[in-house]
Write a protein that binds this ligand. Structure first.
Ligand code: ADP
Ligand code: ZN
Ligand code: ZN
Length: 730
């Protein structure tokens, strides 16, 4: 047996620490990074080979053979395997699960692996038999298409052509029949962009681009530029440099920042093979993009969080747009932060990485100040437009109608009358955040969470935003029988309704998760905003990023106070970021903008800093506060979470975990304490917070927890997880 088989080490997607050894036929050619199908206990799983010809501590006679080798060419190259090993170690998560998280869903399954999407494209013929100039005099559409394809040089995807020239099918067919263009097969999942003419850089942009060009090797840079300062143009210049050098670019954007506008800008700038990875793409498409990237066929990969794990053998540049965005941190399973993983990846590959934002995370600003990142600033808008003025509306003792105060309505009116657009931002979807009995004070609770139910659809439905429970709203108070039930506060639906009643002739569009549930709806609504068909926009976070609304001159933010008084130490930072980002949507072009914040705390020092000093002024004050309290970035956190149906079990488990920590001056362990939301979806939740003055202090404890806690008797009664650098303590 020994001659015919070799021993390989496989990472299997199970919540167990460690890897497992198997046998494989010597002739199979198994390489690290290839997937194998194996028996694990009574299950059949897909694992990833992490080493071959290993010395197993288990006798060969007791090792099982793999069922099947799935990839002749490894899916993970050596660099990516190394990155995932680091990620699994840093976040204290089993390697097999980390590798599975990195894989597109279709490649985690056995059946779908053979599927590929076909991707047709067109290319101009190099030496056509006829002269297009004379042949196409009376076919302007064909001429236009041919000119575009010739300018592109490369093949352009059929779908890209149709998107840009609706109804292009017939002229394309005619061009092909004339022998002027030919059909080609593009690698699945990729599309080819068209070369576009870049704008002349502004003087500020020029300085930044030249400075970035001067760096070599691992060169992390923070590009802090106010909204509209032309950060994207800076990325594009550095991308062009990278592509010209024959290397690949990885572009990360937050889920809601990865707008059709951004992808269109990429497509109409680079005559390159582009792969797009986001949640709206099918599993098959994502798998195709991944494979094309691994084969080196994709020049640019643009995607959300998990795209940071795309294999790219020629990787030459990483961009993390809106680097402060919370969606870069995964909140379950492998709790990685894509920005931080991207930094590690750039370091391993010795390549530049650009972190861009108008509102950098305090951690990133801290790194920049400490000299770890090159810090480049753009303080003016590229178009010369002025930044909007931000002012407060004091709503203490003012009645609100659907969340809107009278002064805000008065300020919106002239903008609408002048034919401009107005945006109202409220960080809460639904109709109202609570249903209350006017007579006895009862409020509708979620029966599975420590949270109030959100009222949806004008008092008709109650939905819990934490666990998804839904029920019909009662018509009378279940506690006292009174029929005086009132919806307290406002969400997007109620605000939209109030605006419609104040401005009956103005078209209103709502942007939130509920209204965008249907595919293509966001694109359609954005198109209406661009054309001017929509004049009033109401929405959540979804409106805060990336969009360029030329006619938007006024922004109203309905509640900033939640960010000022919260158990979450990052709440103020998030408030300042979102206010600055939504404000940045106003007055983008030639029309000046104004921004109004409704508040009951007009004297709050953090608001004052934001208004006086903008985000940089706010960040200065917020960093000083973090320093005083030794919170990140001045201290390091890890959270051990546990939950169970019985409230005692998480507590017992966490107490046992706490007992394993030796007392040490610079390492503190707080808890166990109930989580701020002590019950969610029927489970009681508690946590233990580990605080270290230095990061190095945390990891030995976490290592021990990762390997030992699973063996505690109390562990069998809870769900538990480790969260390194937690973004929230909820
Ligand atoms: P940011 O990413 O910093 O918010 P963008 O790159 O989206 O900014 O640029 C904002 C606007 O300014 C866009 O409409 C863009 O086309 C325009 N713009 C950027 N750079 C230039 C430039 N050098 N010349 C003219 N317009 C520019
Ligand atoms: Zn009542
Ligand atoms: Zn609930």
């Amino acid at each position: 047996m020994a001659q015919d088989y070799r021993t390989i080490r496989v990472a299997v997607p199970v919540p167990l620490d460690g890897t497992f050894d198997y046998l494989i036929e010597s002739g199979a050619g198994a390489k690290p990074g290839a997937r194998v199908q194996v028996r694990f206990g009574r299950r059949t799983l897909i694992g990833v080979v992490v080493a071959v010809d290993v010395d197993s501590p288990v006798a060969a006679a007791r090792l099982k053979p793999v069922l099947r080798l799935l990839d002749a060419t490894p899916l993970f190259d050596a660099a990516l395997l190394k990155l995932l090993r680091w990620t699994a170690r840093y976040y204290h998560h089993p390697l097999g699960e980390a590798l599975a998280t990195a894989l597109p869903t279709a490649l985690r399954r056995i059946r779908a692996t053979a599927e590929t999407t076909r991707n047709r494209g067109w290319q101009a013929c190099a030496e056509p038999a006829i002269d297009p100039e004379t042949a196409l005099v009376r076919a302007p559409r064909q001429k236009e298409l041919l000119t575009m394809l010739r300018a592109a040089g490369n093949a352009v995807a059929h779908s890209t052509l149709l998107a840009r020239f609706p109804g292009a099918q017939r002229p394309l067919k005619a061009l092909a029949e004339r022998g002027l263009i030919q059909a080609v097969e593009l690698p699945g999942g990729l599309e080819t962009g068209t070369a576009g003419t870049p704008p002349e850089l502004t003087a500020d942009q020029h300085v930044v681009v030249e400075a970035l060009r001067a760096a070599a090797g691992f060169a992390p840079a923070l590009v802090e530029g106010v909204t509209g300062s032309g950060k994207t143009e800076i990325y594009f210049r550095r991308m062009a440099d990278t592509l010209a050098a024959g290397r690949q670019v990885l572009f990360l954007a937050p889920e809601i920042g990865l707008t059709p506008q951004l992808i269109d800008r990429l497509r109409s700038r680079f005559a390159a093979a582009i792969g797009v990875l986001h949640s709206q793409r099918s599993d098959g498409e994502r798998a195709d993009v991944w494979k094309a990237a691994a084969a080196g066929a994709a020049d640019i990969v643009i995607g959300t969080r998990s795209a940071v794990f795309t294999p790219m053998p020629r990787l030459g540049l990483i961009i993390v747009d809106e680097e402060h965005d919370g969606s870069y941190k995964q909140s379950d399973g492998l709790r990685y932060h894509a920005r931080d993983v991207a930094l590690k990846r750039a370091q391993d590959a010795a390549i530049p990485i650009l972190l861009g934002s108008a509102t950098p995370a305090l951690e990133t600003l801290h790194n920049a100040r400490a000299g770890r990142f090159d810090h480049r600033k753009l303080t003016r808008r590229a178009t010369g437009a002025a930044l909007p003025a931000i002012r407060l509306i004091d709503i203490r003792s003012r009645p609100l109608d659907g969340g809107l105060s009278e002064p805000l309505i008065d300020r919106i009116r002239p903008h609408l009358e002048a034919g401009n657009q107005v945006m109202i931002f409220i960080n809460r979807r639904g109709f109202a955040p609570a249903l209350l009995c006017h007579d006895c004070g009862w409020s509708a609770p979620c029966h599975r969470c420590d949270a109030a139910m959100t009222v949806h659809g004008a008092m008709s439905r109650l939905i819990c935003h934490h666990c998804g429970s839904a029920e019909n709203a009662p018509s009378a108070c279940p506690s006292c029988g009174s029929e005086s039930l009132v919806a307290l506060g406002a969400g997007t639906q109620r605000v939209a309704g109030a605006l419609r009643s104040h401005f009956p002739d103005v078209p209103v569009a709502r942007f939130d998760r509920d209204s965008m549930a249907r595919k293509g709806r966001l694109e359609a609504q954005l198109a209406d905003v661009a054309s001017g068909a929509t004049q009033l926009l109401v929405g959540t976070q979804m409106l805060a990023k990336g969009h360029d609304f030329a006619r938007l001159t006024c922004v109203g933010v309905l509640d900033v106070d939640g960010g000022l008084f919260s158990a979450d130490f990052r709440a103020a930072e998030h408030m300042a970021q979102v206010v600055t980002q939504v404000a940045g949507r106003a007055g983008r072009a030639d029309r000046p903008g104004e921004v109004w914040l409704q508040t009951r705390n007009p004297e709050h020092p953090m608001l004052a800093r934001l208004l006086d000093g903008g985000y940089p002024g706010f960040a200065e004050a917020a960093l000083a506060e973090r320093k005083a309290t030794a919170l990140p970035p001045y201290g390091h956190l890890a959270l051990l979470r546990a939950e169970a149906h019985d409230a005692r079990h998480p507590h017992d488990f966490l107490a046992a975990a706490a007992a394993t920590i030796p007392p040490a001056g610079e390492l503190a362990c707080w808890g166990p304490v109930p989580a701020p939301m002590a019950r969610r979806a029927g489970r009681y939740r508690a946590h233990l917070l580990l605080h270290g003055a230095r990061r190095a202090l945390l990891h030995p404890v976490l290592d021990r927890w990762q390997s030992e806690l699973g063996g505690l008797p109390a562990a069998r009664r809870v769900r538990w997880s480790i969260d390194v650098d937690p973004q929230d303590l909820i």
